[in-house]
Ligand binder design. Structure first.
Ligand code: NAD
Length: 452
């Protein structure tokens, strides 16, 4: 396997050296082909996602295929403009000169993807890397094998392996890939594995983007429209079976409206998934036994006000709400990454801040409030990757918004032009005129200091 990886990388490097990926027309042509192959195979992609974790077709189209196709359209439309050297105003001290930023590809990129949005989170960084003129080795997650296979089939139809190669497998394959020297590494996954990746690439000082996770707070102020808040939260929390990196992890609700909120959540769960969500075709399953066991353990001894039902054989965990878990309990220890929603009430802003302070900077933070000064205060008070006021998750769909974490939830960002920028080195160039040479900077300096 190691030998294979090295030879793929060698062939990508020599292809890159030939300069072909720097031709914008080739990049656009490949991205257009990628779009049409995805469109052609959309139903098979949805079927693979269903096989992997019973992801409902609507959610697959919304969050995987349509998401990617819309981003591809945007990149294809804008790429010529982005790729041109960007003229910036020059510094007077360099007169005469005209100054430019050249966007140039890094070279050979490694992309390691997770299983939870196994199509989107593999293809989205890949198209950014290709748009910027790089070559890519992609390692999708072994935990979504059907989607990994369809990814391999699609990419083989679009790219020769000198431009994009897909390497399937688990941890040993990932480790072997990380032994190589890359020009850029883009990793999406958990914080512990993010640290392993950062350590592995440190000896080469390889630039990277790390898209990780965290415990995302969702604050509900007493001024919030409670029923609407519950409706939006139920959608964003239980989408994809709760396995979404930017889903609200836990609720912090103003004490006086807690009961109203819990009742509203119950009503919205029933409206979305019926009395028995197990029978609902719109509710995904947990990816595997290991994650099921991890989540089932979080329910032990907790006060499940809603849901709590589990079925290991079917990898089913009901949409669940836990009322007031202890901060020392399993469910409040780590990122949940499943359909379990802890609700904690706060009696004052200090009390709320004390709870948030227990956790590292999250990937997302949400606040529901009709009081603008409260929401603005929250935005200013906390550091987090991104978020929304009066909604959850939806910030991800705007291509103009960079998507990424901060602190332990990651570094770097992508989507839209940010993807192109992430995978481009920005080369700064001053083009000096020779018709004039201002003598100020040259020695002997004499008393020139007063002229600066
Ligand atoms: P993971 O970290 O277990 O795996 C991610 C990838 O890393 C997989 O391809 C896996 O094969 C590989 N990997 C696993 N162990 C490895 C090791 N020891 N050495 C090298 N490679 C290894 O993550 P996951 O379970 O697939 O995904 C869930 C996590 O990802 C959650 O923490 C979630 O918050 C995070 N996530 C973040 C984003 C984001 O955009 N920030 C998006 C989705 C998921």
């Amino acid at each position: 396997m190691n030998h294979n990886i090295s030879s793929v990388l060698t062939s990508q490097r020599s292809f890159f050296k030939e300069g072909k990926t720097k031709e914008v027309t080739l990049r656009i042509e490949k991205l257009k082909l990628l779009k049409s192959v995805i469109e052609e195979h959309e139903s098979e992609i949805c079927e693979a996602l269903f096989q992997d974790f019973k992801k409902p077709e609507f959610e697959s189209v919304l969050s995987e295929t349509a998401f990617i196709i819309s981003e591809l359209d945007y990149i294809i439309k804008k790429l010529k403009g982005w790729s041109k050297p960007k003229k910036v105003s020059s510094s007077l001290i360099n007169f005469p000169s005209s100054d430019y930023i050249y966007s140039e590809p890094y070279g050979a990129c490694l992309i390691i993807a997770p299983w939870n949005y196994p199509f989107q989170l593999a293809i989205s960084p890949l198209m950014g890397a290709i748009a910027a003129g790089n070559t890519v080795v992609l390692k999708p997650s072994e935990l979504a094998p059907n989607t990994s296979q369809i990814l391999a089939d699609i990419l083989a139809k679009v790219f020769p392996t000198e431009i994009v190669a897909i390497v399937q497998g688990g941890v040993p394959v990932s480790e072997a890939l990380l032994e190589e020297k890359w020009d850029y590494v883009f990793f999406t996954g958990s914080v512990p594995v993010g640290k392993i990746v950062a350590k592995a690439i440190a000896p080469h000082l390889t630039p990277s983007t790390l898209e990780l996770g965290g415990k995302n707070p969702c604050i509900i102020h007493k001024s919030a429209k409670v029923q609407l808040a519950a409706k939006r939260i139920v959608w964003g929390k239980f989408l994809n079976g709760g396995q979404t990196c930017i889903a609200p992890d836990y609720i912090l609700v103003d004490s006086p409206i807690k009961k109203e909120f819990i009742d509203a959540v119950q009503k919205e769960i029933t409206a979305a998934y019926g009395i028995n969500p197990k029978e609902s075709p719109d509710y995904a399953r947990i990816i595997n036994e290991k994650n099921f066991d991890r989540l089932a353990e979080m329910l032990e001894g907790e006060n499940c006000q809603i849901g709590g039902e589990t079925n290991r054989e079917k990898l089913y965990i009901a949409p669940t709400l836990i009322d007031e878990p202890k901060l020392t309990s399993k469910v409040m220890e780590d990122e949940i990454f499943g359909p379990i929603l802890p609700v904690l009430s706060f009696s004052s802003e200090e009390n709320m801040a004390d709870i948030i302070a227990n956790y590292s900077k999250p990937l997302a933070l949400y606040v529901f409030s009709e009081d603008k000064s409260f929401s603005e205060k929250i935005l200013k008070s906390y550091s987090f990757g991104g978020g929304a006021i009066n909604d959850v998750v939806i910030q991800i769909v705007n291509k103009n918004l960079p998507f990424g974490g901060v602190g332990t939830s990651g570094n770097g960002a992508y989507h839209g032009k940010h993807s192109f920028d992430t995978f481009s080195h920005k080369k700064s160039i001053s083009k000096r005129g020779t018709w004039l040479d201002v003598p100020l900077r040259y020695a002997p300096y004499g008393d020139k200091v007063s002229l600066i």
